[in-house]
Design a protein. Structure first.
Lengths: 113, 113
């Protein structure tokens, strides 16, 4: 186990709703990245948070937003959910922003109906 | 941006045989190449990684080779066991503030007893 935890495990929402996913990073890690993994595909980078600031963003619209807290835990918020947002959302923690080694949590399975 | 291609998409081998998965990347600035194993319902687990200043790395039955000139890297698993059955992802990361990972599309490895 990596020590990265995510909640909830599963979530079902309807189109147009908003959702918040949570991640606790591995002890000592100050950087959290979020990835979206659609069924049968590799994870895609959403954004990264380092010391409570967004430190990089992939090709995702602004309705995907995040937060990082002083204890380095993080939230991913998605507004105006669309059917294509159905995916496994993965959180990865890193010792520091310049460190490439990332440890993944178990993910949150989001289903949008 | 970076693009990572992975082959094959599925691979079946007999227990005890070797398995090889290949990936190519597009951006010569990438310098870190991890391999992840993902079992059903779980997050990706790092199994081995290699940096661009190294051509080969081995850890027990697992090895990774890197050819920077050709921009490709490969995962080799020897003496395969049924518990090696999973989806394997290659990824690439380049120097930069976020060190985001760009993943391949995955290989479903099945080890037949």
């Amino acid at each position: 186990e990596t020590g990265v935890t995510q909640s909830p495990t599963h979530l079902i929402k309807t189109r147009g709703q908003q959702v918040t996913l949570r991640c606790s990073s591995q002890s000592g890690h100050n950087t959290v990245s979020w990835y979206q993994q659609a069924l049968g595909q590799g994870p895609q980078f959403i954004f990264q948070y380092y010391r409570e600031e967004e430190n990089g963003r992939g090709n995702f619209p602004p309705r995907f937003s995040g937060l990082q807290f002083p204890n380095y835990s993080s939230e991913l918020n998605v507004n105006a959910l669309e059917l294509d947002d159905s995916a496994l959302y993965l959180c990865a923690s890193t010792l520091g922003a310049g460190d490439a080694l990332q440890y993944f949590g178990p993910g949150t399975r989001l289903t949008v109906l | 941006g970076e693009n990572v291609e992975q082959h094959p998409s599925t691979l079946s081998v007999q227990e005890g045989d070797s398995a090889v998965i290949k990936c190519t990347y597009s951006d010569s600035a990438s310098n870190y190449f991890p391999w992840y194993k993902q079992e059903l319902g779980k997050g990706p687990q790092l199994i081995i990684d290699i940096r661009s200043n190294v051509g080969e790395k081995k850890d027990q039955r697992i090895a990774v080779t890197l050819n920077k000139t050709a921009k490709h890297f490969s995962l080799h698993i020897t003496e395969t066991q049924p518990e090696d059955s999973a989806v394997y992802f290659c990824a690439a990361s380049m120097v930069g503030s976020a060190r985001q990972l760009t993943f391949g599309s995955g290989t479903q490895l099945t080890v037949l007893p």
